[in-house]
Design a protein around this ligand. Structure first.
Ligand code: ZN
Length: 411
């Protein structure tokens, strides 16, 4: 830890600065970026890169910031992109964030807010115990922190500063990118890969220091529409077709245990996110998730089968299934680039940690980038309790990540 004391100081100062800027994204309603406030952080990052003497580009239209550090003292260069997202999750309040640092966490509960008596409870959050003796960046208990993903931005900016301060150090070409709207399915859609100029990439996101992901879900969403026939119930016999009943039957065909609340690890599921139905008309929205490509396809086919069975019984087409693809398991692409994970594991080990990995039960910007031709596993950003008021970031985790990234880029 004492090897790079400046990483502690710098990542902490940066996280405090970035977290205080509201950058919450919101559900897409026809416009990317989904919120204008993300531009405030984009502008700041562009200015900071510039002030460090780093070539940078701010694509204001798409709210994207790029930065480039040319390779130094290497015979052979493989440009590498490092990507973090600027937005914070819409799940809880993300304005008026008041980040503060608890020095040398002694263990036990942490009083986040005296007036409102908000406690970060060591019993509810046993992960706290791992960080006894460390400096923690916390909230005042009324907002999220946004360490997801600003802890990663802090680490990347600190890495960039370190290389600018040490021109004698060898490293690969580094292409930085800060993206908007990751939390709401932005999937780095407007990231210009040609402009970025890297052959491979890593996103820095996710909790728990030293973890990485090279598998994500395959993801699709389905809209099931049901047309009924409404007549007065008194004279309905043989005429009425109740869309609400059909919706119920459709739902009861779904495998009962293949739901988020009954699955873990590499198990897939259906998740009904919205349901409305009356006699005349019904609508079911659900999402489909699976790591395995074949099982993922079968899940989608089965929805069509359930609809067909109902339609056959009705004698006409009353149930319709429309499926929209969302993202795919990056593992399918990454297995062709085994060195990406090998390099990452080596870098984590070189920083004195044991790499750990588990399939990510969600998607990342990397899921989409990998299929666009930029293979992109994910390295954890080291935050904890993300998307909630009890989010916190251990400063040594950010400092360690800078070290991991140094090892990753130095060869
Ligand atoms: Zn994130």
């Amino acid at each position: 830890m004492a090897e790079y004391p400046e990483f502690h100081r710098q990542t902490e100062a940066r996280l405090l600065r970035y977290a205080a800027i509201p950058t919450q994204s919101k559900a897409y309603d026809g416009v990317w970026p989904t919120t204008a406030c993300q531009q405030d952080l984009a502008k700041l990052l562009y200015d900071e890169l510039h002030a460090l003497g780093i070539r940078a580009y701010y694509d204001k239209e798409h709210c994207l910031v790029y930065g480039w550090l040319p390779a130094a003292h290497l015979k052979e260069d493989r440009p590498i992109a490092l990507i973090a997202h600027m937005d914070t999750a819409p799940d809880v309040k993300g304005e008026g964030v008041m980040p503060w640092v608890l020095r040398n966490y002694p263990g036990g509960d942490i009083l986040l807010n005296k007036e409102e008596n908000i406690l970060l409870s060591a019993a509810d959050y046993p992960n706290l115990a791992q960080y006894i003796g460390q400096d923690l960046v916390l909230t005042d208990g009324t907002t999220l922190l946004g360490g997801d993903d600003k802890a990663a931005i802090a680490a990347l900016m600190t890495l960039a500063e370190y290389y600018m301060d040490h021109p004698e150090l060898p490293h690969r070409s580094i292409c930085l990118a800060f993206t908007p709207d990751e939390e709401v399915g932005g999937l780095a859609r407007d990231l210009d890969l040609k402009r970025l100029g890297a052959e491979t990439a890593y996103t820095i996101d996710g909790d728990h220091l030293g973890w990485y992901q090279d598998q994500t879900f395959n993801a699709a969403e389905a809209l099931i529409t049901i047309t009924g026939r409404s007549v007065h119930p008194a004279t309905a016999k043989g005429i009425m077709v109740n869309a609400a009943d059909l919706a119920g039957e459709f739902l009861s065909s779904l495998p009962r245990l293949e739901k988020p609340q009954y699955t873990e690890g590499t198990e897939g599921f259906y998740y009904v996110t919205d349901l409305k139905a009356d006699c005349e008309y019904g609508e079911i929205r659900l999402i489909i998730r699976d790591f395995d490509r074949v099982k993922f396809q079968v899940r989608q086919d089965m929805l069509q089968v359930y609809a067909k069975m109902l339609n056959e019984r009705c004698g006409e087409e009353r149930v319709k299934v429309e499926i929209t693809q969302q993202y795919r398991n990056m593992g399918e692409v990454l297995e062709n680039y085994p060195f990406l994970v090998q390099d990452l594991e080596a870098a984590i080990r070189a920083a004195g940690l044991e790499p750990r990995s588990e399939p990510f039960r969600g998607g990342t910007d990397g899921s989409s980038l990998s299929f666009r031709g930029l293979p992109c596993p994910n390295l954890s950003a080291g935050y904890e309790n993300a998307h909630g008021r009890f989010e916190f970031v251990p400063v040594p985790s950010m400092a360690k990540n800078v070290e991991i990234l140094l090892h990753l880029t130095e060869r």
